[in-house]
Design a protein around this ligand. Structure first.
Ligand code: HGY
Ligand code: MN
Ligand code: MN
Length: 421
């Protein structure tokens, strides 16, 4: 690979063929056959995908390690001897029946940028690290963003059991982590000069605005509620309608009210994404229902108000139906602003590459919103076709994927120069 002299760094690009080829290779781990991927955190497919990334790094002469939080981390030395590093990365795990690009694209673009820097012969002034965060999506009912919570010093309950009855500390061990040494994974204050996460937008804005690059201004706040409804299991044929306490009917009323809350604008979005009904049999009046509510907004006070409204509603439903309606606070992550100076570097990088860019908030949650607690943080988006994500149809155009990686590579160099000290 020719050495990139500082004069022709403006011509520096990622290896586009290698990037696109590796995105497709990565998608084989957990492929669902319909173009999508189910690669749950800590699963065999997740482990194989992480191993592939480690192998690709090793091919480029870059060694990697797994920290106590289960994050895969690689580092390429800079020329300045700085104790601070630039970091870039995302996650490899997906939701159930997810897509090939959520998280994975960011990891592959970051991998490609770090390898290009390593093979260019023109190292950054800072060291540059690739970070593959563990369990961003919250597999099997675990809280999401586990790896980024831990590096940013936010406690995680490793003794909690997931939906399969396995404690989180066991899952961390499965990927090489060590729940007894989590403090070793916490990033020391000021050890990371900047973190940049590359991600598909997962929404329609860039496509609607004909912009190739999104420069993220903020990341949404998010609160998950867990609702348990207990009614009375009874025979579907012999129990009069006046004698019922049907848990699923109570759930239906709650779900309708949660949707109405967002429809009337009390909170940006509200979603009942998970519901289980017991005994879930055609001729039995449901005795109990478990469901989750996902609330999001850029304004934390609106999430708080919506949560209070749902708790009041639960009380009213309980009083009028006789069912027990228990609302428990699940994982929550506050909204966060991205670093303005880093955002300017990203806009400059897009401009130098003659790519139209747009400043925009993120409606999805990301590891970056935890990392922002411990280091200046920024995000770059590329368009999602039709705005579809968290579905097998998730897709992005090749030129957007490769252009985005070029912007990341250029932005890392601009940030490196801007933050030298
Ligand atoms: O839910 C989210 O926004 C992210 O995909 N974990
Ligand atoms: Mn996701
Ligand atoms: Mn993601």
């Amino acid at each position: 690979m020719p050495k990139a002299s500082s004069s022709n760094l403006t011509a520096e690009r990622v290896n586009r063929e290698r990037l696109l080829r590796r995105i497709e290779e990565l998608a084989k781990f957990g492929a669902t056959g319909d173009g999508g991927v189910t690669r749950l955190a800590y699963s065999e497919d997740d482990i194989r995908a992480r191993s592939a990334v480690a192998d690709w790094l090793a091919e480029a002469g870059v060694q990697s390690r797994v920290d106590a939080a289960g994050n895969l981390i690689a580092r390429v030395a800079g020329r300045g001897g700085s104790r601070r590093t630039l970091a870039t990365g995302s996650h490899l795990d997906t939701v159930v029946q997810g897509g090939r690009f959520d998280g994975a694209y960011g990891v592959m673009a970051s991998l490609e940028a770090v390898i290009r820097i390593a093979e260019s012969g023109t190292p950054l002034w800072h060291d540059v690290s690739l970070v593959v965060f563990s369990n961003e999506e919250g597999a099997n009912g675990t809280p999401g963003m586990v790896g980024s919570h831990i590096v940013s010093g936010v406690p995680v309950d490793v003794d909690q059991l997931d939906h399969t009855g396995v404690p989180l500390w066991r899952r961390l061990a499965d990927v090489g982590g060590d729940a007894s040494a989590l403090d070793e994974a916490v990033w020391a204050h000021d050890s990371v000069a900047a973190f940049v996460e590359m991600h598909i937008e997962q929404g329609p804005v860039l496509e609607d605005e004909a912009a190739d690059i999104g420069v993220v201004t903020s990341i949404t706040g998010r609160s998950n509620l867990v609702v348990e409804i207990t009614g009375q299991q009874q025979h579907a044929g012999t129990t009069p309608m006046t004698n019922r306490c049907d848990a699923l009917v109570v759930a239906a009323r709650l779900i309708g009210e949660v949707d109405a809350l967002a429809q009337k604008g009390a909170v940006r979005v509200a979603t009942t994404g998970r519901i289980t009904c017991s005994p879930n049999v055609w001729n039995v009046v449901p005795g109990s229902v478990h469901l989750t509510v996902d609330l999001r907004d850029e304004d934390r006070s609106r999430i708080t108000a919506a949560t209070a409204h749902i708790r009041r509603l639960a009380g009213d439903l309980s009083a009028t139906t006789g069912a027990a309606v228990d609302v428990r606070q699940g994982p929550e992550v506050p909204p966060v602003a991205m670093d303005a100076e880093l955002a300017d570097c990203i806009s400059d990088a897009a401009g130098q590459l003659s790519l139209p860019s747009l400043r925009m908030p993120s409606g999805a949650g990301h590891d970056a919103q935890l990392v922002a607690r411990t280091a200046p943080t920024a995000m770059i988006f590329v368009p999602s076709i039709g705005g579809v994500s968290h579905a097998p149809q998730e897709n992005s155009h090749d030129h957007h994927l490769t252009q985005g990686a070029d912007v990341l590579l250029r932005a890392l160099r601009l940030i490196d120069e801007r933050l030298k000290r």
